[in-house]
Write a protein of this length. Structure first.
Length: 240
């Protein structure tokens, strides 16, 4: 049995892996492995990533939403949702959280993430809003942040992508999140900062507040052999 002290410590602490440029597939496999091998005593982690150009498909994605062929890779993942684009200048935050321990269901957790992004935008004088029928955050009916999660054994992985200072042209080759004609925007176009590290710090602060963590501890950036702070990745556990 896990002691109450260890339970409280795990709930109270959020570990943050600082901003890193990383390919999508290795980061995805690391999230799967982390989730498979975490225990009730494992603190939650937030991984901050900037991906090279890639289209990703959620479990319910339809290829018809990729409107034309491009030279950008397409990866089918196990997250929820449809098709989206990741690329340089976009902040991706992977949320590896024990939802059972936080006392949250999937929909309340989605609402929390949306409100975190709305809070970050408000700090730059940008008014964002959520839509019940289409998860994510919007500014003037244009999407600025996309959400996609997978929950396994009561724990989440994947997370959100927030457009900060990127080339938005690759979105023209898709129906973003499966919605034909949906426009996209980004923080710099609305007068906000272009530095991903600045936006990442704001996002961490807001997530800490909304989720109720007592402390945030920054540790080493994610590496391809990362699984938990004390356990090496088991290659056999990266698929599931």
């Amino acid at each position: 049995m896990m002691s109450g002290a260890r339970t409280s410590e795990a709930v109270a602490n959020l570990i943050v892996r600082p901003l890193l440029r990383a390919d999508y597939a290795p980061a995805w496999r690391a999230m799967q492995a982390f989730t498979d091998q975490r225990t009730p005593a494992t603190p939650d982690e937030l991984w901050l990533i900037e991906h090279p150009p890639v289209y990703t498909l959620g479990r319910s994605a339809k290829m018809e939403h990729l409107l034309r062929p491009t030279d950008i890779p397409v990866i089918a993942s196990d997250r929820g949702g449809q098709i989206t684009y990741h690329g340089p200048g976009q902040l991706v935050a992977y949320l590896l959280c024990d939802l059972s321990r936080l006392g949250l269901g999937v929909r309340p957790f989605v609402n929390l993430i949306e409100n975190v992004v709305i809070d970050v935008l408000a700090g730059y004088g940008i008014t964002g809003s959520a839509r019940r029928d289409a998860p994510g955050v919007y500014v003037n009916a244009q999407k600025i942040a996309a959400l996609g999660l997978r929950v396994r054994r009561g724990c989440s992985y994947h997370g959100l992508s927030l457009n900060v200072a990127m080339d938005l042209a690759p979105f023209e080759a898709i129906n973003p999140c499966g919605y034909p004609g949906l426009g996209v925007t980004q923080i710099t176009a609305l007068g906000g900062p272009r530095d991903l590290a600045v936006v990442a710090d704001a996002l961490v602060r807001q997530f800490k507040t909304r989720a109720g963590y007592a402390t945030v501890r920054y540790t080493a950036p994610l590496t391809l052999d990362h699984l938990t702070p004390t356990t090496p990745m088991n290659p056999q556990a990266t698929h599931g």
